[in-house]
Design a protein around this ligand. Structure first.
Ligand code: TXA
Ligand code: MG
Length: 341
């Protein structure tokens, strides 16, 4: 299959490009498109065969459900069996935007979308290209991140092509995505609501609106289970995700010592700093200085990891950013990137 690439303006996408993409979706094809978080790989959400093609193109295990994108909250409500009051507050405040809400689903959502489960994750994206595509398609679009399974999420069109060129019908290329980190996934089928995946909207921001919120217990995150108690893990969330091919270690401190140790062991090393490195970078080390600001850090994280991954290193040493609300999702992604297997 040849992958068609159409360049579109990120703020005012050309109508003919959007119509072309909507037509591909309408006939069951696959379209990669930008959202405010990362690029998504879209197919018609109510067309089981089309959604199966997403799983094939990504090499995604059938046990991992995909997020369904809709143009507005009223379209989301049509896909849910129950709409709790807390969902009104969250959707009024954060949609369109980087928040995915998990609801009890209606039968119109095929099993392949939800990995056979009874719930569906829904979100209204804010990116002008995603919004225009959803309106033109006039139907919900299932879209996981547009990368091969277990690989880094794509924040640039080149990242999409690196993984999926020849495996998808069309890429709408609108340059870099503005957010850089995926949406926050919140399960509203339980009380209090539970964060299944930290993301661009932080815990403090969510709690400022709706009060106490629990976090799924996960050793890859800092948060653990805020409220205690065993909670069913979201399918797919335990797999190694968001990972470069190069082994990666996360350091809270003693970063320079870890870099020096790897050099002494004869390894080709990359160093992802948090702000200025603080110590002189040893010769031969590939240094990427990351910003102190969490928003800027998030925008650059995956591109930095993609770039380091392309240089044939044997180890990436990461100076973890602080354990603060603003950095929670970033620390979560870094820890997952460091998880092997
Ligand atoms: O920002 C984002 O969320 C991007 C853009 C494209 O929207 N999408 C994205 O999709 O990151 P994906 O498939 O890479 O990650 C979706 C996450 C997965 O961890 C999946 O397990 C979880 O959301 N998820 C999806 N539907 C779910 C459901 N019904 N119940 C629990 N978790 C769900
Ligand atoms: Mg993904």
């Amino acid at each position: 299959m040849r992958t068609e690439v159409i360049r579109v303006d990120a703020e005012r996408p050309d109508r003919s490009a959007i119509m072309r993409a909507a037509e591909v979706i309408g006939r069951g094809g696959l379209v990669a498109f930008p959202t405010e978080t990362v690029y998504g790989l879209g197919a018609a959400a109510t067309d089981a065969a089309a959604v199966e093609r997403i799983f094939e193109a990504k090499g995604r295990p059938a046990t991992n459900p995909v997020i369904v994108h809709v143009a507005e909250a009223s379209a989301a409500a049509e896909l849910t069996a129950e709409w709790p009051r807390v969902a009104d507050r969250l959707s009024d405040h954060f949609w369109p935007g980087p928040l995915t809400l998990v609801f009890w689903k209606r039968a119109i959502i095929p099993d392949v979308v939800t990995a056979g489960g009874p719930t569906v994750g829904l979100r209204v994206p804010a990116h002008a290209v995603a919004a225009a595509l959803l309106r033109a398609a006039g139907a919900p679009i299932a879209a996981p991140s547009a990368n091969r399974a277990m690989q880094l999420s794509p924040t640039h069109p080149e990242h999409v092509l690196k993984d999926l060129d020849g495996r998808i019908d069309l890429l709408l290329d609108a340059g870099a995505t503005p957010g850089g980190i995926e949406s926050t996934v919140v399960d509203v089928t339980v009380t209090p609501p539970q964060v299944l995946r930290p993301g661009l909207i932080s815990r403090a921001t969510l709690e400022g609106l709706i009060g106490r919120i629990e976090f799924r217990r996960d050793e890859a995150t800092d948060s653990g289970a805020a409220g205690g108690g065993a909670v069913a893990r979201s399918p797919g969330l335990m797999e190694r995700h968001y990972a470069p091919r190069t082994p990666l270690v996360c350091m809270e401190s003693d970063v320079a010592a870890a870099v020096l140790g790897a050099i002494a062991a004869g390894q080709r090393v990359g160093w992802l700093t948090y702000g200025p490195p603080g110590e002189v970078c040893p010769p031969g080390v590939t240094l990427v200085q990351m910003p102190l600001d969490a928003g800027e850090y998030g925008r650059r994280l995956y591109a930095a990891l993609h770039a380091l991954d392309a240089t044939g290193l044997e180890l990436i040493v990461v100076a973890l950013p602080p354990e603060s609300d603003a950095f929670q999702a970033i620390r979560d992604r870094l820890r997952r990137a460091g998880r092997r297997g």
